[in-house]
Design a protein around this ligand. Sequence first.
Ligand code: GDP
Length: 200
Amino acid sequence: MNINKAEFICSNTNWKKCPKANLPEYAFIGRSNVGKSSLINALCNVKKLAKTSSKPGKTQLINHFLINSDTYFADLPGYGYAKTSKKNRAEFQKFTLNYLINRINLITVFLLIDLRLKPQKIDLEFIEYCGTNQIPFVICFTKADKLKKIEIENNNKNYQEELLKGWETFPLCFTTSSVEKTGLKEIKLFIKENNSQFKI
Ligand code: GDP
C-alpha cells in the first residue's frame, strides 16, 4: 500500500472512546525510545505525525491516526520506562491491555524491538501476554542501520532461540530502519494483504 494521507484523529486512555471499529487497525507498541514514533512517521512519510522525542515515556495515550481514509494506526504508550511513577505505569498498562483485548478491528500489533539489545524481559513478557490472550503480533526490529549485517543476523538468531524456548514457531519479523527507510515496503505490503481480507 502507498500511504498518501495520514491524519491524527484522537488520543485517549479508554478503548471504548476509540474511533468506531469499522476499519482495519494496526497498533504499534514497544519500550520507550525503541523508535516507535520514528517508524510511524517513516511509514507515513511525514516528519511529525507521531511525536518523535529523545525524552522517553512522553506518549502515554492511545493515539489514533487515519491512514488513506481506510486504515487506522494506533500508537500505544511505550512501556518500561523507569521514571514513570509506578501508579502511572500500572494505569497505562491496564488501559493498553484493555485496548488490546477488546479492540475488535485490531488486525495485528507491531511489537517494536531494538535489535541492538539482548532479548529483554519486558518484551518477552509482552509476547507471552499476546500469546496467552490470542492477540496477533509481529515483530519489527528497529534501528538496523546501527548494526552491521552480521550483527543483524546474529541478533535475529539470538531472538529466535530465546523465543523458541517457549513457542513452537517464530513470529513474522521485519527488520527496519527509519533512518535508512528499510523494511517499510515489506510492512506496507503486509498491511495491504491483511486489509484485503478485513471483514467486520
Ligand atoms: P519512541 O519513544 O519509541 O517513539 O522513539 P522515537 O521514535 O522518539 O526515537 C527515539 C530515538 O531513537 C530518537 O533519538 C530517534 O532519532 C532514534 N531513532 C529512531 N529510529 C531510529 C532508526 O531507525 N535509526 C537510528 N539510528 N535512530 C533511530
